[in-house]
Design a protein around this ligand. Sequence first.
Ligand code: NAD
Ligand code: TDX
Length: 362
Amino acid sequence: MKTIVVTGGAGFIGTNFVYYLLSHAPSCHIIVFDKLTYAGNKFNLQKALRRGRAVFVKGDIASPSQVRRLYLRFKPDYVFNFAAESHVDRSIEGPEAFVRTNVEGTFQLLEAARLHWAGLSGRTRAGFRFLHVSTDEVYGSLGPHGCFSETTPYAPNSPYSATKAGADHLVRAYHETYGLPVVMTNCSNNYGPYQFPEKLIPLMILNALEGKPLPVYGDGKNVRDWLYVEDHCDALWKAMTQGRPGEKYNVGGNNEKTNLEVVGTLCRQLQRAYPAKDNPALSKKGLRDYGNLVAFVKDRPGHDRRYAIDASKIRRELGWKPRHSFDTGIAATVKWYLDNRDWCRRVQEGNYGRQRLGLLKK
Ligand code: NAD
Ligand code: TDX
């Protein structure tokens, strides 16, 4: 029975990953370690915690004493590092928290992992792994052609991606210098249940339902490669259990869409599930289509134009492939947000009002 630490397990991907583990690795012992920032919610994990299937520890990955205690107390076989400040717009407004959590936090986790691993022996030592969850944004921005591969040079453009890149370099160095058995994944944009409504897809769904403008940055032609979160979880589990220590794997859905295409798809799905004419928030304004809410707004500073992932390495070496198409994934996501309006209210309450973030103040 493996003991698995999931840092950042109360956030979007971490929560989905905990539920993935419950169904795909039912005998493991799960420890969620999370600071519970605005983006993390313990109640996401209620079903797992109530059934005694996971233990929750509130803590900060950037605190050396808390991280050390975590390893001493639970003696993990696997560590998945999801914990991060993850929103590009917030990194423009306040980069410091990003440096602290993403760079210093990853460093503290690696340092404690090194001490923990040094004290192990035999099969436990051979089986220990540290998986760092990273992003395609470390590679910078693409022109109209080509994809990011694992050997693409790093060229981060936002404080968020720069701090993720810094963390990735530390992870690599801990393998090269100390031999720590690390695996790294760089994934494209995720979407699905439990995503905090500051990110494009949930923000657009909730604004549309409330008859608010759908703020499209710049010309709306920036391209992202969208992956349903469960497919990312599957890639992470494969990378941890079958990946080679010291290797990195790119993960992506082969689903390139402009932001305008994404917003258009969401509006059509909403129209089917809850026609605008039946939604008082729109009908009282005389609007019969969610698409009427689209509003072009000032661009994000340093806005990366295009991301696209070449995921052939993880497909070839680990036999991973996404199971959800964009259409089925988006339909499931829209349904989840329609069915979970209470969750949406609860995570935003007193915390966030879907205001524009990340514009430079003169
Ligand atoms: P999220 O913002 O939804 O969740 C982050 C979680 O980390 C929250 O629960 C938060 O409370 C916790 N956290 C933040 N600072 C912490 C700290 N100092 N100590 C402990 N916990 C802390 O993020 P997400 O979208 O779930 O992303 C998870 C990881 O995946 C991140 O590392 C992110 O860079 C990476 N990633 C995300 C995407 C995406 O599209 N969302 C794509 C590729 C990679
Ligand atoms: O209101 C909006 N309007 C808009 O046009 C928002 C919030 C976003 N956008 C655009 C900006 C991007 O081109 O939509 C695109 C997606 O934006 P985000 O949801 O903020 O995601 P992105 O910046 O692409 O980063 C995401 O994917 C990679 C995650 O937030 C990162 O954590 C992950 O590493």
